[in-house]
Design a binder for this molecule. Structure first.
Ligand code: G4P
Length: 530
């Protein structure tokens, strides 16, 4: 394989930041972009409350609500690395899109508020990362405020997420008494200056016992506590193990305060050296390794409409999995078996979209989409193959849906199909009922509003939705005999787009009862059957 291409691919880092709203993801993203020189001032990534609108606020509904519904991609250069950050919506009402965006990432950074610990949305996103087995890095944020004991947070990671951790740094003090973070790997101390937090002093030490620490921290009690804690970590903590980090079994923890840029650069530098370069992907002809295959290939992980209200266009987001992308190149669209010229690709900077001439494995590009693409589509140069299916995840909210005016049925069906292909909603049909009913499932309730809004504005269709009391969908598979009894007896069964049987449940109790009744069936949380 050509050396220049290998170098280009090796320098790529494509990751997502996963967190619960308010943990500080926008702030951290901004600081990372500032280090990379991609933006010049903070406050440009997301229009907070009354501030400027920024990159992610494309859709009308986002503007009305002042929140970010869709995920976008941000890229910057740092120390010879080409970094792609996959942004995920921070609002509670996030969508399945968020989950799917994680399929395009090679690693994830989990951002945690030191006072709040592991929160609901983080837990959900973590599960998806775990499913993929990608490395997960942890940044514990807001150390300038009083938070929870770091040991307690490590315990929570283990108990709630099932992941062991290795603190790369360790804080000395917190909140009012926050003094520094000790870098266990580089043996240096990053000093926090509350009066001028941006002025960060880093000093090298020989280890935690270095008297220089007593001198600069100047708080006997805190230093003693720090030494005891570090000893405990060395004796009872997990060992640093890159293989376990790579397999997603051990998460390196970093401590900092994103708002004052504290710990961000240390995190970034460690992250870039530890996180993986673009990784191989499974396909119908086996593993596609970007380090072995020179020809271009990629898959669509997200389709987004109306990014530019003036042009009403759709953009399909493509993750390049091997080779080089060149503007105007011809590729094969595998699902339709047709050649396709990729003429107007865009890449995403913090402020605007720009036309891209060349991109490499690991990069994300946006393709103008007049309706060619579906989520999961593979594009290749040379031999034909398809990447593994994109999973669907259990929706948590359900509505029966009908069109108000029967005459508009055609547009309605077209709109629904379109939105299903984009992955904004999941469409089910009732199974075993005399009157077939369409049921829409979404991960966040805001998607119902998006659905209604888009069907009206793009397809001129009014719909009627009636909320259903379900909270869980499970894809069912297993023993054939038991499955046929299940299909006959179980209530609230639906089929998905691929005609797979899906059971809907109102609560965990109902679900457990069914699982006990049918012990030879599997109840999968996603269509991946994992
Ligand atoms: P999100 O994207 O994860 O939702 O979080 P965002 O960055 O918007 O941060 C949420 C709030 O937490 C913001 O305050 C932000 O300033 C604050 N924050 C982020 N990092 C830190 C930190 O390291 N320390 C402290 N003390 N606060 C932090 P806000 O009042 O909601 O918004 P704003 O008025 O500051 O914009």
């Amino acid at each position: 394989m050509n050396g220049t291409l290998t170098n280009k691919i090796n320098s790529r880092r494509t990751f997502a930041i996963i967190s619960h709203p308010d943990a500080g993801k926008t702030t951290l993203t901004e600081k990372l972009l500032l280090f990379g020189g991609a933006i010049r001032e903070a406050g440009t990534v997301k229009g907070r409350k009354n501030a400027k609108h920024a990159t992610s606020d494309w859709m009308e509904i986002e503007k009305q609500r002042g929140i970010s519904v869709t995920s976008s991609v941000l890229e910057f250069l740092y120390n010879g690395y080409h970094v792609n950050i996959l942004d995920t919506p921070g609002h509670e009402d996030f969508s399945e899109d968020t989950y799917r965006t994680l399929t395009a990432a090679d690693s994830a950074t989990m951002l945690i508020d030191a006072a709040k610990g592991v929160e609901a949305q983080t837990k959900k996103l973590f599960k998806v990362c775990k499913l993929r087995g990608i490395p997960i890095f942890t940044f514990i944020n807001k150390l300038d405020r009083q938070g929870r004991d770091p040991f307690e947070l490590m315990e929570e990671l283990e108990n709630l997420l099932g992941i062991r951790s290795f603190p790369m740094g360790w804080p000395i003090g917190m909140g009012q008494s926050f003094k520094a973070v000790y870098d266990r790997v580089n043996k240096r101390l990053e000093l926090y200056n509350p009066n001028n937090p941006k002025d960060i002093d880093i000093i090298s030490v020989t280890g935690p016992d270095d008297p220089k620490i007593d001198e600069v921290v100047n708080d006997e009690g805190l230093v003693q506590q720090f030494r005891e804690e570090l000893e405990l970590l060395d004796v009872a903590g997990d060992e640093y193990d890159l293989e376990r980090i790579n397999n997603g079994e051990l998460t390196p923890i970093f401590f900092g305060s994103a708002i004052s840029s504290f710990g961000v650069q240390t995190f970034l530098e460690h992250f870039l050296s530890l996180s993986p370069a673009p990784s191989p992907r499974d396909s119908s002809i086996g593993t596609i390794d970007p380090m072995e295959r020179e020809q271009f290939s990629g898959f669509i992980f997200k389709v987004q409409a109306n990014m530019n209200a003036k042009h009403r266009d759709r953009v399909a987001f493509l993750r390049i999995t091997s080779g080089t992308f060149k503007r105007g190149m011809s590729v094969k669209h595998v699902r339709t078996n047709k050649p396709l010229k990729l003429a107007q690709p865009t890449q995403f900077l913090a402020q605007s979209r720009s036309i891209v001439d060349e991109a490499y494995a690991g990069d994300i590009i946006g393709l103008f989409d007049p309706g060619h693409f579906r989520i999961g589509d593979t594009l290749v140069e040379g031999e034909s193959f398809e990447f593994s299916e994109m999973p669907h995840f259990s929706p948590e909210h359900f509505s029966a849906i009908t069109v108000k005016e029967a005459l508009k049925h055609k547009s309605y069906e077209k709109g629904l199909q379109q939105l299903t292909e984009e992955g904004a909603i999941q469409l089910f049909r009732t199974y075993n009922k005399y009157v077939e009913q369409q049921i829409v499932g979404v991960v966040g309730v805001l998607q119902f509003e998006v659905l209604e809004h888009r069907l009206k504005s793009e397809y001129h269709v009014d719909i009627q939705m009636s909320r259903q009391p379900f909270s869980f969908a499970r894809w069912i598979d297993g023993d054939e005999k038991e499955l046929s009894v299940f299909k006959e007896k179980q209530r609230n069964l639906v089929t998905d787009r691929e005609d797979r049987i899906v059971a809907l449940f109102e609560n965990e109790f109902q679900m457990r009862t069914a699982q006990e009744k049918y012990p030879n069936l599997q109840f999968y949380e996603n269509s991946f059957y994992k």
